[in-house]
Design a protein around this ligand. Structure first.
Ligand code: ADP
Ligand code: MG
Ligand code: MG
Ligand code: MG
Ligand code: MG
Ligand code: MG
Length: 681
């Protein structure tokens, strides 16, 4: 979430008047950054994770696991403690940061300062995450626990699901039938976002997830828990006039999506060109890792027939009007917009020769005036279109105190639009007045139950990002196929049962280190030997050589990709495709690492390998199996209060290492409490 100002936030009717102003100055601010930093180069790898938590309040008497709404108090306490711990720390020691999130029951934590490319930092990720969790856990009430759990199964279900309980009849910003106002972080930004999305759209958001039809689920499924006839807010009738679909779990508020937890990673690049290369390289990986981290099969008290949060979040902030969504002729609005502001990436960005124009094959509306302005300023067509596309949106939250800014020193108007385009990847320009470089944020993953797993996915992605840059790997497939993969990724059991579009030949054929590996036809991926000079750190600056001198014989784009299984993509398939893990091993071979470090990393990669080949369940599959085998489950898709309670207790026990689930977590996992204490303090 963006910065939190203190100030007076404008209603949509007011804010709308300043939309053009914010866009204009936002672009001016971006251009100031561009002019100063477009040629900046040589930045080292710095990177970091963001982990989000649900704070659960356990009521053992009633057997109820509720969402604790104490975010404000908890954050105040944690931040005071963190300040205390490090009042006189040496400069190189930093303590974790805790941040607010949309849900008033959520916390976010990040490492106190970013990790560097050192091997020891790579190995410290899990301990860092555990330390943050331990700190949070220690300073909650005795009956509260911090869970890294993507979606709370009974959010918006009948009965009490928050502590304290509140009535949804007073949901003044969302007008939800299910979620009370108090679910939302009370800072003006969040209720204003919620209300302004609803007002701009002209109706409540409407999310419908297909129900998981179990043996005794009634057909058709007409949800008896929807207050169909409530009559408090004008939007109350939407449910019965078509917004709530039969055979689906219907959700009608921002909180259902933005109240979910995820795992994000941010990488600093050597320079803007590398940031664009990395951004593109990770775009096709977004849906693959969404499927592999799938962790959210349970919504509003029901089992759904999907395993992931993505479409729920996309729907939960979908502020497009009927005209923009193509339901009415365009009259008052400027664009037909195919996707929500929260969705997968729309454009590849790199100016490398490998980025063929055919890959950007979807309908991407953009603001022609902003595009022309950026072009005239000297920006290339791709980056101009990217920004002009993000800037078709309206700014949703404006504070009256910050309308006029110094565009040379502020980036607030730019960030207003940038940070409310929530895509699978985010291309982050450096903030003004900081030493931070060009960064790329990877945003598709669902959070896992243990920090061992979260660290494993973080390590996998950072190593893959290095392999992409070092070997100059080519993962391009058309954006339309990435979009299809996003939908496939969310299907029930996608990691085991579905196939994903992926590029067949991932080597660049241009003389860069990866192209010698084209000897893959023999099944051997052999990166160039580093003549004994193995690197001590994960590198950051690898200039690709540019197009091959004789020109690359390009085959039709449709012949460049095919459908592959998750196992094939991650673990490879025979001689024809190396698999992402083999690419990572080849990169690890270029590093100077002792046997112990290598063994630790292997444990992480082995988790990814096992989830991909199906020998371990995804989190979503494990949750679904837990619910379906609970003695109180009636095979009617309903997750009762008691089942929810037992599930969340089990999740906590898994994390602490007191409950073994061999289908989910490798047996060597000993639990987050052990080894949770120190990050060198
Ligand atoms: P946001 O919520 O805007 O995505 P956060 O500030 O919550 O961003 O998290 C940003 C992440 O980026 C953190 O893990 C942080 O450690 C990391 N980070 C901070 N500075 C840099 C940098 N210069 N390069 C890369 N990552 C960084
Ligand atoms: Mg967050
Ligand atoms: Mg954050
Ligand atoms: Mg932030
Ligand atoms: Mg979030
Ligand atoms: Mg983030």
């Amino acid at each position: 979430m963006g910065l939190l100002y203190l100030g007076t936030s404008l209603t949509w009717a007011e804010a709308k008047k300043y939309a053009a102003h914010v866009r204009h100055h936002g672009i001016t601010q971006f251009l100031h950054i561009w002019d100063r930093l477009k040629d900046r180069t040589g930045d080292e790898l710095l990177w970091g994770d963001e982990v989000e938590y649900l704070v659960i309040s356990l009521d053992d008497k009633e057997k109820n696991a509720k969402l604790s709404l104490r975010q404000t108090e908890i954050l105040a306490k944690l931040n005071a403690i963190v300040d205390d711990i490090c009042a006189d720390c040496p400069e190189n020691v930093s303590v974790p940061k805790f941040h607010p999130e949309y849900g008033r029951y959520m916390l976010e934590s990040t490492p106190g300062s970013p990790y560097t490319g050192s091997i020891s930092d790579l190995l410290s990720v899990e301990g860092n995450m555990r330390y943050r969790r331990t700190l949070a856990r220690k300073h909650l009430k005795v009956n509260e626990i911090p869970l890294t759990f993507t979606s709370f199964p009974r959010l918006g279900a009948p009965g009490q699901f928050t502590e304290p309980g509140f009535d949804p009849n007073h949901a003044t910003s969302s007008h939800s039938l299910f979620l009370p106002e108090e679910i939302t972080n009370p800072h003006a930004r969040f209720p204003t976002l919620t209300a302004n999305i609803r007002t701009r759209r002209g109706s409540k958001v409407a999310i419908n997830l297909p129900i998981f039809f179990d043996e005794k689920t009634p057909r058709p499924f007409i949800d008896p828990t929807i207050p169909w006839d409530r009559d408090i807010y004008p939007e109350d009738s939407e449910a019965k006039s078509g917004a709530a679909l039969p055979d689906h779990v219907y959700m009608d508020a921002m909180g259902f999506g933005m109240g979910c937890c995820c795992l994000q990673l941010t990488f600093q690049a050597c320079n803007v060109a590398d940031a664009r290369r990395l951004y593109d390289g990770l775009i096709p990986i977004g849906p693959i890792l969404l499927a592999l981290t799938a962790a959210s099969p349970a919504w509003r008290g029901y089992l759904a027939d999907v395993d992931c949060r993505w479409n729920v979040v996309a729907g939960s902030v979908d502020d497009r009007t009927d005209e923009e969504r193509g339901l009415k002729e365009l009259k008052n609005d400027r664009f037909r917009i195919p996707k929500s502001r929260y969705d997968s990436v729309d454009l590849y960005l790199s100016t490398e020769w490998t980025n063929r124009p055919e890959y950007n094959d979807t309908d991407v509306p953009y603001d022609p005036e902003i595009y022309e302005r950026l072009r005239k300023h000297g920006l290339d067509a791709l980056l101009s279109k990217h920004m002009a596309h993000l800037f078709i949106r309206d700014p949703l939250v404006i504070f009256s105190e910050t309308i006029d800014q110094d565009d040379a020193t502020s980036s607030d108007h730019f960030e207003n639009l940038q940070s409310t385009n929530w895509q699978t990847l985010r291309f982050k320009p450096p903030p003004p007045n900081s030493s931070i470089g060009w960064r790329v944020e990877f945003r598709s993953m669902e959070v896992q139950i243990t920090d061992f797993e979260n660290a494993a996915f973080a390590v996998f992605v950072v190593l893959l990002s290095r392999a992409i840059l070092y070997f100059n790997l080519n993962f391009y497939i058309p954006i339309s196929k990435v979009d299809q993969n996003m939908q496939t990724a969310q299907k029930r059991d996608a990691a085991r049962s579905e196939k994903f579009y992926f590029r067949k030949d991932v080597y660049p054929h241009d003389g860069s280190p990866g192209s010698s590996a084209a000897s893959i036809s023999s099944g051997q991926f052999s990166p160039p030997k580093n003549s004994g000079h193995k690197q001590k750190k994960l590198g950051n600056c690898f200039t690709p050589p540019g197009p091959p001198v004789n020109g690359e014989l390009q085959i039709p784009v449709e012949d460049e990709y095919e459908l592959m299984t998750m196992d094939g993509i991650i673990n490879g398939k025979g001689d024809s495709f190396p698999g992402l893990l083999r690419l990572i091993s080849a990169y690890l071979d270029t590093l100077d690492m002792d046997a112990e470090a290598a063994a630790r990393i292997e444990l992480y990669l082995d988790l990814i390998r096992s989830r991909a080949n199906g020998s371990l369940d995804t989190t979503a599959t494990w949750i679904r199996n837990f619910i379906r085998s609970h003695p109180a489950y009636k095979f009617d898709s309903v997750i009762s209060q008691e089942i929810n309670y037992d599930l969340l207790l089990a999740v906590d026990e898994i994390e602490r290492g007191v409950r073994q689930e061999k289908s989910l977590i490798p047996e060597h996992y000993t639990g987050g409490i052990k080894d949770g204490g120190s990050i060198g303090l």
